[in-house]
Design a protein around this ligand. Sequence first.
Ligand SMILES: Nc1ncnc2c1ncn2[C@@H]1O[C@H](COP(=O)(O)OP(=O)(O)OP(=O)(O)O)[C@@H](O)[C@H]1O
Length: 295
Amino acid sequence: MKVVACRGLTKAYGHTKVLDGMNFNLEENKITGLIGRNGVGKTTLLKLIAGFYKETSGEIKVWGERPFNSLTVSANTIFVDDHMSFAPALNLGEIIGEMGRFYANWNAELAKRLFDYFSFHPKQSHDTLSKGKRNTFNMIIGLASRCPLTIFDEPTTGMDAAVRKDFYRALLKDYLAFPRTIILSSHHLDEIEDLLEDILLIDQGEVLLNVSMEEMKEYAVGISGKESVLEEWLLDREVLYAKSIGPDSKYVVVKKDYGVSEAARHGLTVRPVSASDACVYLTNKAKGGIDDVFK
Ligand SMILES: Nc1ncnc2c1ncn2[C@@H]1O[C@H](COP(=O)(O)OP(=O)(O)OP(=O)(O)O)[C@@H](O)[C@H]1O
């Protein structure tokens, strides 16, 4: 079943279109990674899904309803980011104690266990937490709320490597025990690719890919070898990335297709390309690489 369905979804701030005619669906009870470069509109898209923002044109449906001003969507969704705020008069212990009144599936025991594991003090105030600790606390709220639609926008900002690892593990364990629809935006695809089932890659206001993680892992391959042989083999193939690796040798990244299996017969070397690198190449195409700046 589709939880999110968008057709021609467009969002503009003033005259600037950030999302431009997006079409995609997100399936129920899956973990989807929303991946894209800085400023491409990930937060905007997540806030449209959560019903915080109104679309400019096109259609967005969450459980078949327009999310903006929808009680169903707001009652069943949690949006976790580093701007999450709570009543300033409440300390952390009191916030945890009150959450059950807001979230129908709130699990107080899980919240308490995570709270103790990450060494929070009940008397601490949310406003005085460091960036990493604040996001760790927000993550606890996001997990323990067990909302049918759980949205994490860059949840690991400021967390150290050990806490990020713990967070991904906790997310996976709780998701397996209590499946729900989770959208996770992150810049660390390499860290989360084993967690994700689907991926939504966006760039320049559009959906570049909406595929399973398995497909993403197989999406591209790197081919290297003698430049003249490689150029001939490439023919009309679209090159996602290219660099010289010697006086007459070259390395290119191309979409994996049937012809790729023949590359070895031409004396070329074929290597896998990670999902994370494939996303970087796909979203860097228009700009070229940092090396171009120094040419
Ligand atoms: N309220 C707003 N008013 C005007 N422009 C905005 C507003 N919010 C976001 N933008 C612009 O929309 C674009 C997309 O911003 P958004 O925060 O959605 O991107 P993002 O992909 O989440 O970025 P990052 O990865 O850096 O967090 C940016 O150019 C941003 O400056």
